[in-house]
Ligand binder design. Structure first.
Ligand SMILES: Nc1nc2c(ncn2[C@@H]2O[C@H](COP(=O)(O)OP(=O)(O)O)[C@@H](O)[C@H]2O)c(=O)[nH]1
Ligand SMILES: [Mg+2]
Length: 612
């Protein structure tokens, strides 16, 4: 198992010199760094501690202008070595680096007062006290302060021992089977091609794996892996890794890209975050503020949507949605730092609560209550709330990267493969009821609403609609009648006895049962609409034989009995023989027989009909 330790502290305080004294490796690898005697970009070294524990070291620049490089190096470290020169004491970037460490909630570290060879003991005491005060307000409040000198070697053995002790109490990195390597350096080695380095988190990476880079989406293969200058077949989370990649050129890569298993990390433009503004922030975080987001090795400008209130004051915390100017590959729980672009200042930090959120209304308590529950670990339940139209269990697990999580314990309505949050289900049932009420009011004579219409009103996916409908019927929200949907209490409201259009129509049709007036004519005369005819037909009081012939139910029953009787007596029936018996014209008789054929009561044989 290996660990990663990062330096922090003001420029020229002796960070790089200390790392070289400890490891024999000069972390200032750039020609410009050597020429200017100053760290510009991240430097890397490694060390074997007395117990045999291996640590990768990330040396960061202290200069204010290179804070962005410092931020790219500090992610994923297990512990920090905060360096303060004994002759200068706490300086601006000591404070700023400490603030960043605090915002990233890095709790393990050693505070090193270096260059002690340059000062008298009483001065050292003063600087130590001042450093103690600076630490007290941060996540490093428990860090031990050690005096060291890279020149005389004083304290270096103790430093190694204390670092060893500190890491001995460190939990191994969580293996979430989702390796992510935020790229912090890209270079080429002749004969090998492109190499990226980074601090691996969340899972282990194997040589030969097919992986992808996000946010660019490039597919590449890991040809080989190295750790601390040695080839390895597998790199474990929480270690420094160099990966030799096939399928990408050096110039197509940079910081901000994350190497991960395909499909496990999404690049997003919107995130919900929990934010704490520094107590000493020069400004509050205002709603609408343009900020720089630093997370992993990515830096992106973002606009802050403060969800409650108009700003988050210095020293306060709150919920914010960030709109990012371009996609960033992040995971829920990752930490970040926010800076103001100009005048440049670190003002806040926090962690991602939802990396795939909806847009939110501001000042809506439900939004941050949901985020609170999500942050407290109720991820699946809160994710489910984002889908008012339901989501399949499979898609829900995919959205939260929670493969194999238990969905059976969710507070959810199940409809086949689909899950609905309780409030979404209640809303769906409510909308269904209202849609049907409205429909019944507009069409009192119709038995119900066609399925397709409710489907489009509810806006559900076809599969979700089918499943949800079954549940709604089972729940008694609605009833399905002959392919149409109605409220269970809905009755078609016509009373044929009341002397209205329906009654008049029945009267007209019944006055000459086997030779009724044509249907359109009867409707006109009775003042009955097509709806009335439909309703009467649905209630069985009228039987429509064709477009323009309708019998009353008693007439139809009598005609049917006659047909059966004639066939029984004569073997078959024809239009002519039936017409004679019914004393009707050809038109209704033909319509009746064709209707009976269609109903599969009779069958045509030449000119005649027999019973089926
Ligand atoms: N006397 C003395 N000088 C030191 C010590 N450590 C570093 N220096 C000097 O301080 C200067 C800045 O050191 P450097 O490691 O580049 O600082 P960094 O910017 O924090 O990385 C260099 O000239 C070093 O030689 C030390 O322990 N004692
Ligand atoms: Mg340096």
């Amino acid at each position: 198992m290996s660990f990663v330790v990062g330096t922090a502290g003001h420029i020229d305080h002796g960070k790089s010199t200390l790392i070289q004294a400890l490891t024999g490796i000069d972390p200032d690898r750039l020609e410009e760094e050597k020429r200017r005697g100053m760290t510009i970009d991240l430097g890397f070294a490694y060390l074997t501690l007395p117990s045999g524990r291996l640590v990768g070291i990330v040396d960061v620049p202290g200069h204010a202008r290179f804070i962005r490089n410092m931020l790219a190096g500090v992610h994923g470290i297990d512990a920090v070595l905060l360096v303060v020169a004994a002759d200068e004491g706490v300086m601006p970037q000591t404070v700023e680096h400490l603030e960043i460490v605090d915002l990233l909630e890095i709790r393990r570290g050693l505070a090193l007062v270096t260059k002690v060879d340059l000062v008298e003991p009483d001065w050292l005491e003063l600087v130590t006290a001042e450093l103690g005060d600076a630490l007290a307000r941060t996540s490093l409040r428990d860090a031990e302060i050690l005096p060291v000198s890279a020149v005389t070697g004083r304290g270096l053995d103790t430093l190694q021992q204390r670092l060893d002790d500190l890491l001995a109490g460190t939990e191994p990195r969580a293996d979430r089977r989702r390796p992510r390597l935020p790229v912090d350096r890209v270079f080429t080695i002749s004969g090998f091609g492109t190499v990226v380095t980074g601090t691996l988190v969340d899972g282990s990476l194997r040589a030969g794996e097919d992986v992808e880079l996000q946010p660019s989406g490039r597919r590449v293969r890991v040809r080989g892996l190295q750790q601390h200058g040695r080839r390895v077949e597998e790199a474990l989370p929480g270690s420094r890794v160099a990966a030799n990649l096939v399928g990408v050129e050096k110039d197509d890569l940079g910081r901000g890209e994350v190497l991960a298993r395909p499909g496990t990390v999404a690049a997003v433009r919107r995130v919900d975050v929990s934010i704490r503004v520094l107590r000493d922030s020069p400004r509050p975080l205002r709603h609408g503020a343009q900020v720089l987001l630093h997370t992993g090795t990515a830096e992106v400008s973002a606009r802050a949507i403060v969800l409650a209130g108009d700003e988050i004051e210095a020293g306060a915390a709150g919920w914010v949605q960030l709109y990012l100017s371009r996609p960033v590959a992040v995971a829920a729980g990752d930490r970040f730092v926010l800076r103001l672009p100009s005048p440049a200042a670190t003002i806040a930090g926090g962690s991602f609560t939802d990396v795939n959120p909806r847009r939110h209304p501001r000042h809506d308590e439900r939004v941050w209550r949901s985020l609170e529950r999500r942050a407290a670990g109720d991820v699946l339940q809160e994710e489910l709330r984002k889908y008012p139209r339901g989501i399949t269990a499979e898609a829900l697990l995919k959205a939260t990267l929670a493969e194999g999580a238990d969905v059976s314990r969710l507070d959810a309505r199940r409809a086949g493969q689909w899950l609905f949050a309780p409030e979404a289900w209640a809303a769906l049932a409510g909308r269904t009821r209202r849609a049907l009420e409205e429909y019944h009011r507009a069409h009192p004579l119709r038995a119900g609403m066609p399925r397709e219409e409710l489907k489009s009103r509810l806006g559900l996916a076809p599969a979700a609609f089918g499943a949800a409908l079954g549940e709604l019927v089972a729940e008694g929200v609605l009833a399905e009648r002959g392919g149409e949907l109605a409220l269970p209490g809905h009755r078609v409201d016509i009373d044929p006895a009341a002397g209205g259009p329906a009654g008049r129509l029945l009267e007209l049709l019944g006055s000459q049962p086997f030779a009724p007036p044509s249907l359109p004519e009867a409707m006109r005369e009775a003042g009955a609409s097509a709806e009335v005819v439909r309703a009467l037909a649905q209630r069985g009081e009228v039987v429509r034989l064709s477009e323009d012939v309708a019998f009353t139910r008693p007439a139809f029953e009598a005609a049917l009995a006659l047909v059966r009787e004639m066939v029984a007596a004569q073997g078959s029936v024809t239009v002519a023989t039936l017409r004679d018996r019914m004393g009707a014209s050809r038109r209704p008789v033909l319509a009746l027989l064709e209707h009976l054929d269609a109903q599969r009561v009779t069958r045509r044989v030449g000119d005649a009909r027999v019973l089926r």
